[in-house]
Design a protein around this ligand. Sequence first.
Ligand code: ATP
Length: 307
Amino acid sequence: MTLAISTTDLRRSFGVIQAVAGLNLEVTQGQIYGLVGPDGAGKTTALRILCGVLRPDAGHAQVMGVDVGRDPEGVRKRIGYMPQRFSLYGDLTVRENMQFFAEVYGVPRASHAALITRLLAFSRLSPFQSRRADALSGGMKQKLALACALIHRPDVLMLDEPTTGVDPVSRREFWDILREAVTQDGMTVLVSTPYMDEADRCHAVGFMRAGALMAAGTPRELQRLVPGVVLEVQAHPYQGAQAHLHDLPGVHGVQIFGDRLHVIAETELAEEDVRAAFAPHAITLVSLRRIQPTMEEVFMYLQRAAK
Ligand SMILES: Nc1ncnc2c1ncn2[C@@H]1O[C@H](COP(=O)(O)OP(=O)(O)OP(=O)(O)O)[C@@H](O)[C@H]1O
């Protein structure tokens, strides 16, 4: 298991604010590692340090064996970085933007055409290569930004909330492209995201809070941290069911997921007890089964546990 990224007791403050406060992060080569956490947890600051654009106050960080503090230039050559506000050139076309970034990253001229053709196909942007970046949809802009960040074939890609504000279909497509990049090129990805369904698509996830990791592991490992059980309930009509489930002994929370309810309880509920609670209110129990907690539930549990 070779580490692509590692940090030891990394720290960075802005005045009295400790944005990164003792971060110990380990990302294995070839992984998609998701960084999640509430606003202000320090995700952006950590990414900026790892990209060599911000100096840490203390601690160590290595990217592909290169020390970020000692050789930020060496790190920048090996990585692709897509900040929250990635600067595309609105009056340049899709192809011209790619060309521009190829120049900036010092990609040899002779390989520009082949690389751009590959990335256009890869990012599903070939049909739009002559369109000005300004005229692209939000999802397409993000795909173009991704293609530009990949133009110099980096070993490690760092993405800061790359799909925020993008519609769900484009978000899924963006992630399919990302997965392909990792599978085909063996790249490592460190991505911060506010979306828990995206965290679920990562090989490993780190929950950041107050500048440090409070939990890290595979999505399955993190699910096991949630005590008790999660039950999925289908009931008809389900609107009233929520309150009555809440009243059952041992139930800690009930959430609506589409047309289903997720019940977080100390132990499994007996079907007859649920039916008995529903009966006086003319609510029918359609199904009851135990499920794995979603990453959203893991996140909420960790948030509660930290308070
Ligand atoms: N350049 C800066 N100057 C002053 N304070 C900053 C600066 N950058 C970040 N901070 C502060 O550091 C803390 C961590 O911010 P950071 O942006 O790293 O968190 P985040 O987890 O990425 O949150 P978000 O998702 O909102 O971007 C916040 O309190 C933020 O206000």
